[in-house]
Design a protein around this ligand. Structure first.
Ligand code: PEP
Ligand code: MN
Length: 340
């Protein structure tokens, strides 16, 4: 970091800053300019509390230089990370081929789930999504089928070879979800649940980590850092839209995070245009935009009969629309050197 002193600060104030820097076991290099004096802090200061320096008399501001995350950063690992999702269709996030994860918002019943699983596989998806434990805004809404839902998902994997991605909401679900799932999804509401992040960090399953709907990029990557730091490097980031003032969408899909993540981190990133817009008609266009922007995968809600879905019907596309989208998106993928 660099401590920029105020114009007209005293030598005592500079000396005080230097003393604090040394107390933090860091080195200093004072540069006296014609307008300003700055104290360049030398050493790994990522985990030091800079607020003390910010509140010192004579200090104008403190400018961090290193990103606050370490092992998730591209500074730590220059080459991009590719993560296999499981299943028997070779689904990978971070390779040349885009990982397409499709399926209903929730597992509602066996017949519907199996139908959708076969349809998305037929159309070219390599992983199946479906919530068995559902985080719902209201306690009166459908909460998911729990373990029965996981059994149905496992049956669909057996029949199709699709990798199985499903949400885990709490630490006490780790064992049961790990018994069935290939990939553990951490939902937007749990991105800040640091105990849960540490718990899934102790498993050997890939983790699909959704961005909190009000989280900054740094907070998102620090959440990934929790998982990696606990021992699990298989983190797949997922942009699912953020809360803004807009009314024409449920969430604003912040696609610019894709190139930002690519610059800051070696981890793969997938995009969820279903939660990301909340509108089924927008999903195909945003899938194409995500692939064009460099996303490593897509998480898409597909339902046999969206009008009668128990959750998120308004943002779910039909199996037919999905099949058409998979055809259309091939050209976009090819244009940016990827495959579907
Ligand atoms: C979902 O994928 O259905 C879901 C609940 O996602 P999010 O956590 O992004 O809202
Ligand atoms: Mn959903």
């Amino acid at each position: 970091m660099i401590v920029v002193m105020q114009q007209g600060c005293t030598q005592q104030q500079v000396d005080h800053v230097v003393r604090l820097v040394r107390e933090m076991s860091l080195a200093d290099h004072v540069i006296v300019g014609t307008e300003r004096t700055v104290v360049a802090v030398i050493g790994d200061d990522r985990f030091k509390d800079r607020s003390m320096l910010e509140s010192c008399a004579g200090v104008d501001r403190v400018v961090p230089i290193l990103a606050p995350y370490k092992i998730a950063s591209r500074q730590a690992k220059a080459e991009s990370t590719a993560i296999g999702l499981g299943g028997s269709l070779g689904c990978v996030a971070g390779g040349k081929k885009i990982a397409v994860i499709a399926g209903p918002c929730s597992v509602e019943d066996r017949g519907m789930l199996l139908d959708v699983a076969h349809a998305v596989k037929e159309a070219g998806a390599t992983a199946l999504r479906g919530g068995a434990f559902k985080p719902r805004t209201s306690p009166y809404q459908f909460q998911g089928l729990g373990e029965r839902g996981l059994e149905i998902l496992a049956e669909a994997r057996e029949q199709t070879g699709l990798a199985l991605v499903t949400e885990i909401m709490s630490i006490d679900q780790v064992d049961v979800v790990c018994r069935y799932a290939d990939v553990l999804q951490i939902g937007t509401r749990n991105m800040h649940n640091f105990n849960l992040l540490c718990a899934v960090g102790k498993t050997d399953k890939p983790i699909l980590l959704k961005r909190g709907w009000s989280a900054t990029l740094d907070e998102f990557l620090l959440a990934a850092e929790y998982i990696i730091n606990a021992g699990n490097g298989k983190v797949i980031l997922c942009e699912r839209g953020i809360r803004t003032h807009e009314q024409y969408v449920r969430n604003t899909l912040a696609l610019a995070i894709v190139p930002a993540v690519k610059r800051e981190s070696h981890l793969p990133i997938v995009v969820d245009p279903s939660q990301g817009t909340g509108r089924a008609y927008m999903v195909p266009a945003m899938c194409k935009a995500a692939v064009a922007a460099g996303a490593d995968g897509l998480l898409i809600e597909v339902h046999r009969d969206p009008e009668h879905a128990m959750t998120d019907g308004g943002q779910s596309i039909t199996c037919e629309t999905f099949a058409q989208l998979m055809q259309e998106i091939k050209a976009v993928a090819a244009a940016v050197g990827r495959e579907i």
